[in-house]
Write a protein that binds this ligand. Structure first.
Ligand code: SF4
Length: 290
């Protein structure tokens, strides 16, 4: 990939580290995903409603939670209509209810907090904070919401709270802390706001602390990922994540320089189980009602 055209993002770096082949399928070959996990779509629909709330607050306005929930419902329906894959314990109606509750609770959580920016994109040079060395790689991303006092709010829909290990190491939080310090010359507070998808949905907050040493570690890591991409190092990394991978079929048939070959799906492929079960349950419910 042409380096002029590839500012790396935190999610690119994390994807490469999780599975280099997946990075290549997604960001270089730009393959269409084989399925669309409902969890990601829910996150997008919730995010879209919160974005409207943040932008209104920037204008000194507010939005009634009921209106926010209607915005969420519209976006969620649009996602459902594209055809999503659901896990065994998910259904469109259950996620719709959960998303609405999360949007409502986030609006309460935000309360009177002062929003100073929303959906703010950035693109910066990667500079080693210890040596001052300027690389020719760039980092890009965007901040969900900036709150008063150099607080970077990163909103996540998640099944559970982030544990300390994840909070202290997650690439995305490191990227945001580094970017802020580099752009503003001040220390940020990276506030991770988790919208918890549990039986009783709730909002939980935690701070991801990052130091200058963490910044240096992050810059080095990013440069090594960039070097590996330049060397065309794209091995697959088979793991538990393959069951949910949106390129699982393409991956099974990928033969490097030979391109893609036809392969049969393995028996018991999670991709099919996840997609079919909610439909089976829905059919059973309909039959009961009938
Ligand atoms: S199926 Fe597994 S190994 Fe293949 S691209 Fe996806 S995550 Fe990587």
């Amino acid at each position: 990939m042409d380096r002029e055209k590839r500012p790396l993002s935190a999610s690119q770096i994390a994807t490469y580290l999780a599975c280099p082949r997946k990075w290549r399928f997604r960001y270089e070959l730009r393959l269409a995903p084989e399925h669309h996990p409902a969890a990601l779509s829910l996150g997008r629909a919730v995010h879209s409603a919160l974005e409207a709330l943040h932008l209104a607050r920037l204008d000194g306005q507010t939005i009634d939670p009921a209106v926010l929930v209607r915005l969420f419902h519209a976006d969620w329906q649009a996602e459902v209509d594209t055809g999503l894959s659901y896990k065994i314990d998910e259904s469109p109606g259950m996620l719709r209810h959960m998303g609405a509750e999360l949007v409502h609770q986030y609006a309460n959580w935000l309360g009177d907090r002062k929003v100073v920016a929303a959906e703010q994109p950035f693109e910066i040079e990667l500079i080693d904070p210890e040596t001052g060395e300027v690389s020719d790689e760039r980092l890009r991303g965007y901040f969900d919401v900036i709150l008063e006092g150099d607080v970077i709010g990163e909103v996540k829909t998640a099944a559970r709270r982030f544990d300390e290990g994840t909070l202290s190491r997650k690439i995305q939080f490191s990227a945001y802390a580094y970017a802020w310090r580099q752009m503003r010359g001040r220390d940020p507070t990276v506030l991770v706001i988790s919208l918890l998808k549990q039986k009783r949905p709730e909002v939980s907050e935690a701070i991801a602390k990052r130091t200058l040493e963490d910044d240096a570690f992050f810059v080095r890591l990013t440069l090594e990922v960039a070097e590996a991409i330049d060397r065309r190092a794209f091995p697959p990394n088979p793991s538990f994540m393959c069951g949910d991978c949106e390129y699982a079929k393409a991956c099974r048939g990928f033969r490097g320089d030979r391109g893609f070959v036809e392969v049969r799906p393995p028996i018991g492929d999670l991709e099919f189980v996840g997609a079919i079960i909610p439909r089976v349950l829905a059919d059973a419910r309909k039959a009961q009602v009938g």
